[in-house]
Ligand binder design. Sequence first.
Ligand SMILES: NC(=O)c1ccc[n+]([C@@H]2O[C@H](COP(=O)([O-])OP(=O)(O)OC[C@H]3O[C@@H](n4cnc5c(N)ncnc54)[C@H](O)[C@@H]3O)[C@@H](O)[C@H]2O)c1
Length: 271
Amino acid sequence: MANNLLKGKRGIIFGALNDQSIAWKVAERAHEEGAVFVLTNAPIAMRMGEINNLATKTNSQVIPADATNVEEIDHLVAQSMEILGGKIDFVLHSIGMSPNVRKGKHYTESNYGYYNQTMDVSAMSLHKTLASLYKQDAMNEWGSVVALSYIAAQRIFPDYNDMADAKSLLESIARSFGYHYGIKKKVRVNTISQSPTVTTAGQGIKGFKEFINFSEQMSPLGNASGLACADYCVSMFSDLTRYVTMQNLFHDGGFSNTGVTQGVIERFGEE
Ligand SMILES: NC(=O)c1ccc[n+]([C@@H]2O[C@H](COP(=O)([O-])OP(=O)(O)OC[C@H]3O[C@@H](n4cnc5c(N)ncnc54)[C@H](O)[C@@H]3O)[C@@H](O)[C@H]2O)c1
C-alpha cells in the first residue's frame, strides 16, 4: 500500500546485501512511497552483485563505501547530493558485523582486534556518517536518520556476544548526535530495535533458529517481520514523525515489555 509518504524526499540507504536484508525491504518500500535514493554497501559486498538488481528495480545508483572509512563516507555523501540533486532527507544505517561472532570466539575470550572492528563497523560507522553529513551540511531540516538496533543493548542474550556492546554504543551515539543535530539543523536521529529477523547477519548468531522461535512465543504480537520494519522506517522518514528524536524505538511485537507469556510458562509445568 503506497501513500506517497516520501514523495520528493532524497535518501541514502546503507546495508542492502540481498533480498533478505532489512535495508533491501526499506529500499523497496521507500521507492514505492515516492523517494529517490542512493544505495551503498561495503566494496566487498558488491562482489555478490545482488545490489545491482535492487538498483535497477528502484531506479537508484550504487556508491560503494566502507562505512568505517571517513574519506569514503565523505565521498558518498557529496556524490549522493550531486546525483539526487540536493540535500538529503533520510538515511538508513543498516550495518552490523562482528569478527568475534564470525570466528566463534566466546565473549569472555574476545579478541580485542576483532572487538575494535565490531565497534567500528557496527557503531562508530553511525558517528562517522552523522559527522560527515553534519560537516558537509548535507541534511535538510527535519531530515531523519535511522539506525537498526537490537534489545541485546539493554539485556543479555549470551550468543549475541560483542554485538550487544556495539548496539549499546550505537544507541548512545543516536542520542548524543541527535541532540547536537537537533539543535543545529532540526535533524532527527533514532534507532529502531527490531525483532530477530532471518537475514545473513541474523543467521550468523549461534542458536538463531531456536532463538527466533523463543522470541516469537515471548511476543504478544509475534516477531515483527523485515517488511514490517521497513514500514516503520518509512514512517520515521516521513513528515508524520517530526518530533521523534534521540529515541530507541522497539519494533518487536511487545517482546521488550513482556516478562513471560502463558504459552511459555505452561512449558515449565511439564514434569
Ligand atoms: N536480523 C536480525 O535479527 C536483526 C535484528 C535486529 C537488528 N538487526 C540489525 O539490522 C541491521 C541490518 O542487518 P540485516 O539483518 O538486514 O543483515 P544483512 O547481513 O543483510 O545486513 C548487514 C549489512 O552490513 C553491511 N556491512 C558490513 N560491514 C560493512 C562495512 N564495513 N561498511 C558498510 N557496510 C557493511 C553488510 O554488507 C550487509 O549489507 C544490522 O544493524 C543488524 O544488527 C538485525
